[in-house]
Design a protein around this ligand. Structure first.
Ligand SMILES: NC(=O)C1=CN([C@@H]2O[C@H](COP(=O)(O)OP(=O)(O)OC[C@H]3O[C@@H](n4cnc5c(N)ncnc54)[C@H](O)[C@@H]3O)[C@@H](O)[C@H]2O)C=CC1
Ligand SMILES: O=C(O)CCC(=O)C(=O)O
Length: 444
């Protein structure tokens, strides 16, 4: 058994109850064999054993009181995965499905993604099984305050800088920031995705979705294709999905479907994003309301059905494992030629294999959705300088970062004999920088 296979089997043994984490590790390690063959010194330094073990896991209780005076207790956590190239950086997810395995998979992905951005940030992730859906603003505020009453001692502008993810948007970041500032009596960039009035960066809100489309533009244009007049399906209708749709539309694409966890909408005339924004960003409603407002649009219950909609380009932007083998086969049969992951690990390993073996251009999340965290790093830079940049400056930097990530993936995949395999390219290029930093820093 090779060194890489041996480490993978140990992870499966140790972390058997964490299927998403095992999936993420399997996907990354599956492409690193040639790198370890070229660098025997990594094995001697037990580099891989160290890479799959978080530097620190913090788990804590989060008690809070609802509007009726009832007391609830949720579980909070922060996984500080790897700080070889910078302070831990990655979002917080508030969703009832959150558990340690999910946060570990997200933290592990973040290590390579953050490395690809070319900015000095390590990898981390956190969250809670708290469900903000259906809670009042006051309940969300009390929860966030209780969460930060513990988290504050583990983070800092040069230690660990959380941000948003599923269920954590501008409202939650505001409440978390307010509590940190009160406890510490300190005004510093300890969170990103902040409001523009108190240290946030222009274009951070748009960055993940815009970045995804910037990346896919490189991928498809290299093959003589274009977003212009392409039919696009975008799953989800949250932060990433909305701004991926906006940028794709600005390039002349027709986005015909979006979804939420209940079902999906199909609009043959092209999605009206003003309506989606009003439903999701203002009213915090359900996507089905779109079909009541827009003539000619249809709503179908069940979110998986979105992959039966015929398209040229699919952008899964909702959540992990939302696109499985069966759905991948349907997309291929319907003529999809490119898939770009806006979400983290939305495609199962089997689904990915279907795309790759069918010649579909497949861009993994750790490269394609890195624009969000990259712009968070730009927010950290602006906070340190105490000087904000304009929207155009940030957007231009974001665009260049996505082009650079594309080039790194291209170069690494070609160098190691995986031409046009962006999964291998992203893993190898992301790994290389972290590995070099870990080797330089000794056994820590
Ligand atoms: N916000 C960011 O900057 C970044 C987010 N991501 C990833 O993008 C994905 C989406 O995150 P956000 O847009 O920030 O979250 P969000 O909370 O703004 O939106 C999530 C959306 O997905 C929908 N959803 C959840 N489960 C679903 C399912 N099974 N099928 C269809 N829709 C479903 C929700 O209804 C919601 O509309 C996640 O995987 C997240 O980790 C990745 C990079 C950065
Ligand atoms: O901006 C950040 O730090 C978080 C982004 C994130 O959670 C992600 O890239 O998945």
């Amino acid at each position: 058994m090779s060194y890489v296979q041996n480490v993978l089997s140990k992870v499966k043994e140790k972390d058997g109850g964490q299927p998403e984490f095992i999936q993420a590790v399997t996907e990354v390690l599956g492409t690193l064999e040639p790198v370890f063959a070229k660098h025997p010194e990594y094995e001697k330094a037990a580099l891989l054993e160290r890479l799959v073990e978080p530097e620190r896991v913090i788990m804590f209780r989060v008690p809070w009181v609802d509007d009726n005076g009832a007391v609830h207790v949720n579980r909070g956590m922060r996984v500080q995965f790897n700080s070889a190239i910078g302070p831990y950086k990655g979002g917080l997810r508030f969703h009832p499905s959150v558990n340690l395995g999910i946060i570990k998979f997200l933290g592990f992905e973040q290590v390579f993604k953050n490395s690809l951005t070319g900015t000095p940030i390590g990898g981390g992730k956190g969250g809670s099984d708290f469900d903000p859906k259906g809670k009042s603003d006051n309940e969300v505020m009390r929860f966030c305050q209780s969460f930060m009453a513990e988290l504050y001692r583990h983070i800092g502008a040069d230690t660990d800088v959380p941000a948003g993810d599923i269920g954590v948007g501008a409202r939650e970041i505001g409440y978390l920031f307010g509590m940190y500032k009160k406890i510490r009596n300190e005004y510093s960039g300890i969170l990103t995705g902040k409001g523009l009035e108190y240290g946030g960066s222009l274009a951070r809100k748009e960055a993940t979705g815009y970045g995804l489309v910037y990346f896919m533009k490189e991928v498809i244009e290299a093959k003589g294709k274009s977003f212009k007049d392409a039919t696009v399906v975008v799953s989800g209708s949250g932060n990433v999905a909305i701004y991926a749709t906006e940028k794709a539309q600005s390039y002349g694409a027709k986005v015909v479907a979006m979804s939420d966890s209940n079902g999906y909408i199909y609009d043959p005339n092209g999605i009206r994003l003003d309506v989606v924004k009003e439903i999701k960003e203002v009213r915090r409603g359900r996507i089905k309301e779109y079909a009541d407002i827009v003539k000619g649009a249809e709503y179908t219950e069940g979110c998986k059905g979105i992959w039966t909609v015929k398209c040229d380009i699919a952008l899964p932007c909702a959540t992990q494992n939302e696109l499985d083998e069966e759905s991948a086969k349907i997309l291929v049969k319907n003529g999809v030629y490119a898939v770009g992951e806006g979400a983290n690990m939305p495609t199962t390993i089997e689904g990915t294999e279907v795309f790759q073996s069918s010649g579909v251009l497949f861009a993994p999340g750790k490269a394609a959705n890195a624009g969000g965290v990259a712009t968070s790093a730009l927010e950290m830079t602006q906070n340190s300088m105490r000087l904000p940049w304009t929207f155009e400056e940030v957007d231009e930097k974001l665009h260049q970062i996505m082009i650079n990530i594309y080039k790194q993936c291209e170069q690494a995949s070609t160098e190691y004999g995986f031409k046009d395999n962006f999964v291998a390219g992203a893993n190898i290029a992301g790994f290389q920088k972290v590995a070099n930093a870990m080797m330089a820093q000794g056994i820590v």
